[in-house]
Design a protein around this ligand. Structure first.
Ligand SMILES: [Zn+2]
Length: 354
């Protein structure tokens, strides 16, 4: 566990990305497959919600809000997440934040996103899953030059019964762009096995599946996601590196992993970015994506993630392009839509310097 959790490490501060590389990273078209809508809210939009419900008596400014997003450890991050969810209480709040998120991502040349959202977090405010998702879709559709598909998170902390309800209600929302389900939350307290029926049902409903595994818990959690949940993708997978047999299994079966290096640094899963296994996984040919997870709660962006790949892991521009090809291949779009995304992303002239 890093003593500098939540702060920039010395290694990060020492890192130098050339101005040319930064311009190039900003210009290339990007795709993200592991980002939580409610962790990606631009702070001015979130501040609007905080003020609306009197939160400004607790955090007095946007700067104070930003300072709140520093974490002692993973558990502290989960607690902060739930505190923030308390300021999303009406359907209009979801339209507001979704529009702000989509515009922000679009402005970074992110062309396609599969975004988690956690409707069961706001049932306590009397909100219904389907109407939350509808409200989110209305907001997302206000932004241009970006496609966003939705992946409701069944949230392991609320147990399998609640998860099944999220799943059934979300499955009715295909018209709003729901294409899969995920399971996040406190992985170390809620292992995957009790959720087997939820994931079987998800497959029956034609939804894709992902599980956060190997983030707050070790390799056994990743094994559980693969064997008990039979997931289509693993979220994080960072700690799979601790078990060579597991890494071999992932390589042999080409199981896609959604990596989130800076998130792992901020929550103390790794002590420095150079410790992250992204280079090892990439060189093994694993189907990978590199993602931001909760960018406005971690102070990162896809440009910063890719900058770290270059500076901390020696990625060449051609390898960033290869990573983006693998990311598109890991997306859950149908074959026609995926072929369109390949043309749009890989055919972009901004790659020419790669
Ligand atoms: Zn996540």
């Amino acid at each position: 566990m890093s003593e500098k959790t939540g702060e920039r490490t010395e290694r990060e501060e020492d890192s130098i990305l050339s101005a040319e590389d930064r311009v190039w990273l900003s210009a290339i078209p990007k795709v993200e497959l592991h980002i939580h809508l409610e962790g990606a809210i631009p702070l001015d939009a979130l501040w609007e919600c905080v003020r609306k419900y009197g939160g400004h008596r607790e955090v007095s400014s946007i700067e104070a809000l930003e300072e709140r997003f520093q974490y002692r450890d993973f558990q502290h991050f989960i607690e902060t997440w739930h505190w923030k969810q308390g300021f999303l209480r009406e359907y209009d709040d979801f339209t507001l934040i979704a529009e702000a998120v989509a515009r922000d991502l679009s402005s970074q040349r992110i062309r396609y996103v599969e975004a988690f959202l956690s409707p069961s977090d706001v049932w306590r405010h009397g909100l219904k899953t389907q109407r939350v998702i509808e409200a989110v879709r209305i907001g997302l559709d206000q932004a241009s030059d970006i496609q966003v598909r939705l992946v409701p998170d069944v949230v392991r902390n609320y147990g399998p019964k609640s998860s099944l309800r999220v799943l059934e209600e979300s499955a009715e929302c295909g018209e709003y762009g729901v294409i899969g389900v995920g399971i996040g939350g406190s992985e170390h307290d809620y292992p995957p096995e009790p959720f087997t029926d939820v994931f079987t049902r998800a497959r029956d409903l034609g939804l894709k599946t992902s599980a956060h595994a190997g983030e707050a818990a070790g390799p056994e959690s990743v094994w559980g996601a693969i064997r008990a949940l039979e997931v289509d993708r693993i979220g994080h997978g960072t700690r799979a590196i601790e078990d060579q047999a597991l890494v071999d299994h992932i390589v042999e079966h080409a199981i896609p992993i959604e990596l989130n290096p800076i998130s792992n640094l901020r929550t103390g899963v790794i002590g420095s970015l150079s410790e992250h296994p992204v280079r090892t996984y990439f060189d093994l040919g694993i189907p990978l994506s590199v993602n931001t997870d909760d960018p406005k709660m971690f102070g990162n962006s896809l440009v910063e993630e890719f900058a770290s790949l270059i500076v901390d892991h020696g990625f060449e521009r051609s390898e960033i392009r290869e990573l983006m090809r693998r990311t598109v291949a890991c997306s859950w779009l149908d074959d026609d839509a995926k072929a369109g995304l390949v043309r749009e992303v890989d055919g972009d002239p901004a790659w020419d310097d790669a």
